[in-house]
Design a protein around this ligand. Structure first.
Ligand SMILES: Cc1cc2nc3c(=O)[nH]c(=O)nc-3n(C[C@H](O)[C@H](O)[C@H](O)COP(=O)(O)OP(=O)(O)OC[C@H]3O[C@@H](n4cnc5c(N)ncnc54)[C@H](O)[C@@H]3O)c2cc1C
Length: 382
């Protein structure tokens, strides 16, 4: 006999599990299916996140899921000039992402969702009042299908190849995140160091058209390191999808492009997308009025769209900067006042905060270095 649920969620990572937990809490029958055998594995994400954002949406990590607290961020120019931003007020931590996903899976199950692993969700077929999908070997019917399959289905534009190692090295500073800008080595992105313990870090590199492993190996030359784990995973920086809802299918998390285009951080924005969409989906199913699902996109955009657009413009500027431009921007901006203002910003809304810290005079200084349409549009916004 075909099993029936109100909702089938394809993808048991942070977005799918949060959605399942929130929908089940509202009395909706939910099956969340993950193609891998273990929730949280294989782990690809670095887990850098603000506690403020997670608390706001009701998903604070348990103490033992937090690997590290971040006290400062150091930004390096191509010639290795740098400035440090005090991050103690930003409440930023590094999570064990695999353990965090397991925490949310347990919460979803406690709320009544069925969590199935080792079960790939196939392409949906339309049926009267819903859809039919293969979940593993079984045929399942549902009234709504949630696509939380991540980069597999996120819009293709804006995907960058990335590589990351988890490693040990004496050179790693325990509470300091480091970002290395270099338009030649990491075009359109950067290399990063995210410490998750004493002398341990998640170190990565991404960029348009590069071999990220080669870039990472070159970054590590001269930095004595023991590599514990190698991960290859694309990052998404293309901005939100134009439409989150397609008839009986709803996109959440990275599938919906709910990822910051500046840093590719998507934990908090995906959780937010799932919390908001589950609320609208549960109500739409109870009222049998799928039209009301439009409220999901409206609500998510009312919180995040302006920030995402600003991030996309900043990304547009970054993609145009050569290394001499980057050095000039550093000279123009690395003032004590700017750095101090950055330390009082909101990690999750850093593009708006960065514009605020720059002010019109700062933007004019950037505009002298880079004459681009993106900087002009930021000036209009500022
Ligand atoms: C190298 C790297 C580092 C990152 N670091 C950070 C960071 O420090 N901070 C941050 O906020 N964000 C970070 N991110 C981004 C963050 O990991 C993602 O935005 C977030 O995981 C998106 O969650 P999601 O649930 O939408 O998708 P995903 O986490 O990608 O999960 C999708 C899930 O769907 C499953 N799946 C796919 N197809 C099917 C199918 N047909 N049937 C069943 N299951 C399926 C997959 O196996 C996977 O488990 C990083 C990403 C990468 C690649």
């Amino acid at each position: 006999m075909t099993q029936t649920y109100d909702i089938v969620v394809a993808g048991g990572s942070i977005a799918g599990l949060t959605f399942a937990s929130e929908a089940a809490k509202r009395g909706v029958s939910v099956l969340v299916a993950e193609e891998h055998d273990e929730i949280g594995e294989p782990e690809k994400c670095d887990g850098l996140v603000s506690l403020r954002g997670l608390r706001k949406y009701g998903y604070p990590p348990k103490e033992d899921v937090i690997q590290n607290q971040i006290h400062s961020a150091v930004i390096h120019s191509p010639s290795d000039r740098h400035f440090a931003v005090n991050a103690t007020a930003l409440d930023v931590v590094v999570l064990d992402r695999s353990a965090f996903d397991k925490q949310v899976a347990a919460e979803a199950a406690r709320n009544g969702a069925e969590v199935r692993t080792g079960a790939r969700v196939g392409a949906p077929a339309k049926r009267e009042g819903g859809v039919e999908v293969k979940v593993g070997d079984e045929l399942v019917r549902c009234r709504l299908l949630v696509d939380a399959t991540g980069p597999a289905s996120s819009p293709r534009r804006g995907i960058l190849p990335a590589a990351k190692y988890e490693l040990e090295g004496e050179w790693i500073r325990e509470h300091v995140v480091e970002v290395y800008l270099d338009a030649a080595r990491y075009p359109g992105f950067f290399a990063w160091v995210i410490p998750f313990g004493k002398h341990r870090a998640k170190v990565g590199a991404a960029g348009y058209g590069i071999n990220p492993f080669r870039a990472l190996d070159s970054f590590l030359e001269g930095r004595g390191s023991t590599i514990l784990r190698r991960v290859s995973a694309p990052i998404y920086v293309g901005g939100p999808a134009p439409s989150f809802v397609e008839r009986r299918k709803v996109l959440v998390g990275e599938s919906a492009g709910q990822v910051k285009p500046t840093t590719a951080g998507g934990i908090m924005t995906s959780i937010a997308g799932s919390v908001i969409s589950a609320k609208w989906a549960s109500a739409a199913l109870k009222e049998n009025n799928m039209g009301s699902m439009a409220g999901y996109q409206r609500e998510w955009e009312s919180v995040f769209l302006k920030e995402m657009r600003t991030m996309l413009r900043l990304r547009g500027v970054l993609e145009k900067l050569s290394n001499p431009d980057l050095e000039a921007v550093f000279s123009a901006l690395a003032t004590p006042k700017f750095v101090m203002k950055l330390s009082q910003t909101d990690f999750d809304f850093h593009a708006t905060a960065l514009l605020g810290a720059l002010g019109v005079s700062g933007l004019l200084r950037v505009a002298r270095v880079v004459a681009s349409a993106e900087v002009r549009s930021l000036l209009v916004e500022g």
